[in-house]
Design a protein around this ligand. Structure first.
Ligand SMILES: Cc1cc2nc3c(=O)[nH]c(=O)nc-3n(C[C@H](O)[C@H](O)[C@H](O)COP(=O)(O)OP(=O)(O)OC[C@H]3O[C@@H](n4cnc5c(N)ncnc54)[C@H](O)[C@@H]3O)c2cc1C
Length: 382
């Protein structure tokens, strides 16, 4: 196992200080290891996640070679030649487990933002004190965007949030964590070959969720009530002005509609499986309120906005992979983790084999099946 940094590197280096998992503690599972602390319904801090993964690696005596950067993997004979910062390795099979979120995904027009406005990605952001005083434009209203918008607004800075397509979810539904419902009702176990539009499912933004002691819902209504100004999707920069799309109403109703459809699925599952009595009665939430007027542009030279935080998603980095299996959009081409090159496999990507693959606890089932395939591949060749 080759790791360029340390064990749990992404959680150490690429996350902000206040972040907690949005998956509850009882759902933090790795093969043979589960959360055993006093707060199964809480959400781990970054320190706790690092400790959890370190303990797993330690108990397993995982043969991790830390501080070993892979700079190239290429086909050689009937196997692969791996070039690392600590030498060359020949092997018969490779599992790519380098993550789906290696770099922030930021639109090209960032280059047209005036230099007087500071620009940050979630990789640069640690806490509000890192930002200059004054207004902040947070771009993207998925898990990262809504969490950072809430934190920055609470720090006393006026926050404008640019909202595109998003996934709205309540933190709790009928008295249970919404992720309990995803798990129990089987939504998260849906397999990649059963998903109607797999490409879309793999690109779906993260849900608007935050892990807090209060188990609070952090949707756009909550943010607007806290004083965050909502604007449409940021489409372009012209003459130092940010131009936003006018489709806010549509984006809101689509997200509300999808959330309600999902809640219907949960209700139906509870009814047909005789689980109604163990949860609270069915509920529905207010629609996302459309502001009476929304700005369609914002002058970035006026001094109103001092910083832009790009919460526009993440993408993988396969710059080191010298095998032609990455598409024009930079995504790895694979069928449930089996890459289109003999002996090459992947783990840890969104909806790899199931909807839950996107999350840490989803990897266990995926790993079993991918490693089964790999074992058979090696056995046949032997
Ligand atoms: C902001 C954020 C919040 C999240 N919150 C949750 C959550 O609440 N719950 C949850 O279950 N999941 C969450 N996730 C998803 C979670 O991060 C992934 O499911 C999980 O990290 C996947 O683990 P991994 O080991 O496959 O990838 P990673 O954690 O990304 O690890 C990949 C490792 O590969 C190393 N690496 C990459 N390239 C190279 C190279 N060329 N050479 C050597 N080493 C390399 C990296 O240093 C890194 O340590 C979140 C993700 C993000 C970005």
């Amino acid at each position: 196992m080759l790791e360029r940094g340390e064990v749990a590197n992404s959680w150490r280096r690429e996350r902000w200080d206040s972040l907690r998992l949005l998956t509850p503690n009882w759902q933090s599972r790795l093969p043979g290891q589960r959360y055993e602390g006093p707060d199964p319904h809480g959400y781990m801090t970054m320190g706790e996640v690092i400790e959890f993964i370190e303990r797993f690696a330690g108990d397993l005596r995982a043969p991790v070679r830390t501080g070993t950067n892979v700079s190239s993997v290429r086909r050689a004979g009937d196997g692969y030649q791996v070039t690392t910062s600590r030498g060359e390795i020949r092997c018969r099979a490779v599992v790519i487990a380098s993550g789906a979120c290696n770099q922030p995904s930021v639109p090209q027009f960032k280059d047209a933002v005036p230099a007087s406005v500071e620009q940050l990605t979630p990789f640069d952001y640690r806490d509000p004190a890192k930002l200059p005083d004054g207004g902040v434009l947070v771009v993207g209203a998925s898990a990262t965007g809504v969490q950072l918008a809430a934190e920055l607004q609470a720090s006393g800075r006026p926050v404008t949030l640019s909202v595109g397509e998003h996934v709205r979810l309540p933190r709790t539904y009928r008295g249970r964590d919404v992720l309990w419902w995803m798990d129990a009702s089987g939504v998260w176990d849906q397999r990649y070959d059963e998903v109607g539009d797999l490409t879309r499912a793999r690109r779906l933004p993260s849900p608007q969720l935050v892990g807090t002691a209060e188990r609070a819902t952090l949707d756009l209504n909550a943010l607007a009530a806290a004083g965050v100004e909502l604007v449409g999707r940021w489409a372009a920069v012209r003459d130092g002005r940010a131009l936003f799309s006018g489709g806010l109403r549509n984006a809101f109703s689509l997200a509300d509609l999808k959330m309600n459809r999902l809640l219907d699925t949960f209700d139906e599952w509870a009814r047909t499986n005789g689980r109604d009595a163990e949860v609270r009665p069915s509920e529905r939430f207010s629609s996302t309120r459309v502001p009476s007027s929304t700005r369609l542009q914002l002058d970035l030279r006026s001094g109103e906005i001092r910083a832009v935080v790009w919460a526009t998603g993440f993408r993988p980095d396969y710059g080191w992979l010298d095998v032609p299996v990455v598409d024009a959009k930079g995504q790895l081409h694979h069928q449930g983790g089996v890459v289109d090159s003999p002996g090459l496999y992947a783990l840890g990507l969104p909806v790899l084999r199931r909807r839950k693959s996107t999350f840490m606890y989803g990897t266990e089932d995926d790993a079993r099946e991918v490693i089964d395939h790999l074992t058979r591949y090696l056995a046949v060749r032997r």
